[in-house]
Design a protein around this ligand. Structure first.
Ligand SMILES: C[S@@+](CC[C@H](N)C(=O)[O-])C[C@H]1O[C@@H](n2cnc3c(N)ncnc32)[C@H](O)[C@@H]1O
Length: 352
């Protein structure tokens, strides 16, 4: 498994807005501003260079011009304005690109440089605070997904925009997001991340282990590590759901495909654009081409010795953290009643 650099893990998708980023800025006040700007640009380019992500949006827009022609579009969290530019090229009547960070200033320049100022209007501010020059829009487009789909909680911003501005038969892009769970072998990396604390240069630091166990790890999982089937936990219909639907408990059953050991659960998501002429979308799963979201690894207290055909049965409860709704609290209940291993546990995790 390839470990992310700590900075990338800390600041992730829209760093300049993230509390963790503010933390990293606060603790790194001595870092020259230019370095911080560089890291924002590094992350912006990481997103743009994520070909699975950006090309899918481009293909959805360019191959489905019938959706956009003469339509008013709202781009929620426009960043550099890339999705707005695609929509303008696809024939949208007008695109409102709303971005709360300083990237909005760049987006304005980018729109001008590309001669699209007549079609794209960049508005700097939070969706929840800005006023749109129009009463309604026909389409809402956004790339709001965080690690584990729900980390950073930008989904609520999209739902807010949908309820305020989208016409009754309007389109939300993407309009479906699904969260999946599977189980993997990961002895080497679990040793490195968790058991490491047992003996640090001869000292017992095992008290840190508990904390380490609770932190899901965002990383790339090799598909060879997968031991069970993949179970669909939850599908969200972005055009209809309410914010409360992002808190849920979902049962799962993971059946071993071979005799092996299990060290962790792995969560990942797919998104779909069901209003396209042909269904389009992408997966962030370990069997698909890697994206900057990677996968989310949740280590287990025990190593499960599982035989082919045996099942881990359980449930996952997901909810935004009450104090900081951008964080995600996860509870996993699971049990295995196998020939070589009998386990029943509840584990708590926190994405932050
Ligand atoms: C994941 S980035 C996507 C940027 C761009 N749409 C793209 O696809 O490259 C999400 C963007 O949403 C912005 N954002 C997050 N919350 C927002 C809010 N409440 N109002 C406006 N923009 C927001 C962030 O600053 C960030 O630039």
């Amino acid at each position: 498994m390839i470990q992310s650099s700590p900075l990338i893990k800390l600041v992730k998708i829209f760093p300049w807005e993230s509390p963790t980023f503010r933390f990293s800025v606060a603790t790194a006040k001595m870092i020259k501003p230019v370095l911080i700007i560089t890291s924002i640009l590094t992350l912006t380019s990481e997103m743009l260079k994520d070909v699975v992500r950006t090309k899918t949006y481009q293909n959805v827009i360019y191959r489905n011009k019938f959706l956009f022609q003469n339509k008013v579009v709202l781009d929620v969290g426009a960043g550099t304005g890339i999705l707005s530019l695609f929509c303008a090229k696809a024939g949208a009547a007008h695109v409102y690109a709303v971005e709360c960070s300083h990237m909005a200033d760049m987006a304005k320049q980018i729109v001008e440089t590309n001669g699209l100022s007549d079609v794209v209007t960049v508005l700097k501010g939070k969706i929840e605070e800005i006023e749109l020059p129009v009463a309604k829009v026909d389409i809402i487009i956004s790339e709001w997904m965080g690690y584990f789909l729900l980390f950073e909680n930008m989904l609520n911003t999209v739902l807010y925009a949908r309820d305020k501005w989208l016409v009754d038969d309007g389109v939300v892009l993407p309009d479906e997001a699904s969260l999946y769970l599977t189980a993997i072998e990961d002895a080497e990396y679990k040793d490195d991340k968790i058991e490491f604390w047992n003996n640090v240069y001869g000292f017992d630091m095992s008290c840190i282990k508990k904390q380490a166990m609770m932190e899901p790890l965002v990383d790339t999982v090799d598909q060879k590590q997968i031991v069970t089937n993949c179970h669909l936990l939850k599908t969200m219909d972005i055009s209809k759901m309410v914010p409360g639907d992002a808190s849920f408990t979902a049962p799962f059953k993971l059946i071993a495909e071979r005799d092996y050991y299990i060290h962790a659960f792995v969560a990942y998501f797919d998104v779909s654009f069901t209003k396209c002429h042909k269904l389009m979308g992408f997966s962030t799963g370990p069997r698909s081409r890697a994206t900057h979201w990677k996968q989310t690894v949740l280590y287990l207290e025990d190593v499960l010795t599982i035989c082919e055909g045996e099942a881990i049965i359980g449930s996952m409860t997901v909810a935004p953290n009450k104090k900081n709704p951008r964080d995600v609290d996860i509870m996993v209940k699971y049990s295995l009643s196998g020939r070589r291993c009998v386990v029943s546990r509840v584990q708590f995790y926190k994405m932050r």
